[in-house]
Design a protein around this ligand. Structure first.
Ligand SMILES: *Cc1c(COP(=O)(O)O)cnc(C)c1O
Length: 359
């Protein structure tokens, strides 16, 4: 299968830009020098600015997939004396629950459905918690939570607020100061549109002060902070992906900054949702992010059949849901190098598949 022949609408890895692909085609340089330290510093500064991090915040760069960012954040910040409220609205919420269980962190599995948690105050169990752990966009179903409301709740109850922003970074609004977020987890292969392999954990001072000595060599954040002072990491970083990250952050700036990036994602997502109104597909949730559209066929056809036909007959990749929702739900990503023209490939394929003329 030659990926270049396909139009890509999967929620990670996503469509990458030519400019970023070219950075990846070059010889990987040596990195224990000031030239590479400058790359790390530039990435850190741009990332902190992008999420409006409070003064004194730091970025941990881990060479690992996003789940390592989730797990290491829990490992470094929570212990047996904590009690975490873990929002579980699908597969990624469940992953945080599993991480807490693995590390014996006391927690409540807060199962949610059909809410974006604007009313978390009344929905949350009436218990004392020390931390709120959530995936801003629950990618398994395409559900975006209200970060401000959860931040107010966390602040009021003096909880550490940990947000996995992996699948809404760069496509949807994220402001650490406005939402009182203490920890943001991002990773390379979603909205940042880079290859997988790099995850970033952004720590506000409140989180930095809470870092503990942990039983792990590779994931010890204190070690990363010490090395970070000179723009380095304790172990070999994903050097090429760091160079691609630097180029990508510059690209976002050149294109008018993060606000423009979010506006573009919204424009493309709205265009897609508007353009498929005549098709027998309904939106799965009213709380969709700009990053993704989740659809349910209303004509009795299997979602899996739609996914397979798009791939086989139209060379268009969308994403099926797993498990019980395999036949009822599929997902369309708007993350990455997206335009209306590119999205037309999918819109036209869907109309052809259903035999409906596009208006
Ligand atoms: C993709 C994703 C992750 C990371 O998954 P990895 O496969 O470990 O990179 C974590 N959280 C959310 C919400 C995601 O969408």
């Amino acid at each position: 299968m030659i990926y270049e022949d396909y139009a890509i609408f999967t929620p990670g890895p996503v469509k990458m830009s030519e400019e970023i692909l070219q950075v990846g085609a070059k010889q990987t340089p040596y990195f224990r020098n000031s030239e590479f330290s400058d790359v790390t510093f530039a990435c850190e500064n741009d990332l902190l600015e992008m999420v409006n991090a409070p003064e004194g915040s730091k970025v941990i760069f881990l060479t690992a997939s996003g789940t390592a960012g989730m797990e290491s954040a829990v490992m470094n910040l929570l212990n047996k004396t904590d009690n975490a409220l873990v929002v579980n609205g699908g597969g990624f919420g469940q992953r945080f629950v599993d991480i807490c269980a693995t590390h014996a962190i006391p927690h409540t599995n807060f199962k949610v459905k059909n809410t974006n948690l604007t009313d978390i105050e009344s929905l949350a169990p009436n218990e004392t918690y020390t931390a709120l752990v959530v995936n801003a966009h629950e990618t398994s179903v395409g559900h975006l939570y209200n970060l401000d409301a959860m931040g107010d709740y966390a602040t009021k109850n003096d909880m550490l607020y940990i947000v996995d922003a992996i699948s809404m970074f760069v496509t949807d609004p994220l402001d650490m100061q406005q939402s009182n977020i203490d920890v943001v987890i991002a990773s390379s292969q979603k909205g940042l549109a880079l290859p997988p392999g790099l995850t970033m954990v952004i720590l506000a001072p409140k989180a930095i002060n809470k870092l503990q000595n942990i039983n792990s060599l590779y994931f010890n954040f204190k070690d990363y902070l010490t090395n970070g002072e000179r723009g380095q990491t304790p172990y070999t970083p994903a050097v090429t992906i760091m160079l691609q990250l630097e180029a990508r952050l510059n690209q976002i700036k050149k294109r008018g900054g993060i606000a423009n990036s979010i506006a573009n994602a919204k424009e493309v997502a709205d265009y897609f949702r508007e353009s498929i109104k005549a098709l027998p597909l309904k939106e799965y949730t009213p709380y969709m992010p700009n990053a993704m559209t989740t659809l349910t066929p209303t004509d009795g056809k299997s979602a899996m059949d739609v996914v397979n036909s798009l791939e086989e007959n139209y060379k268009v990749m969308v994403c099926p849901n797993g498990g019980a929702e395999r036949d009822s739900v599929f997902r369309v990503s708007h993350m990455g190098e997206m335009t209306k023209e590119y999205t037309d490939i999918l819109i036209n394929a869907l109309h052809d598949y259903y035999g409906v003329a596009r208006i």
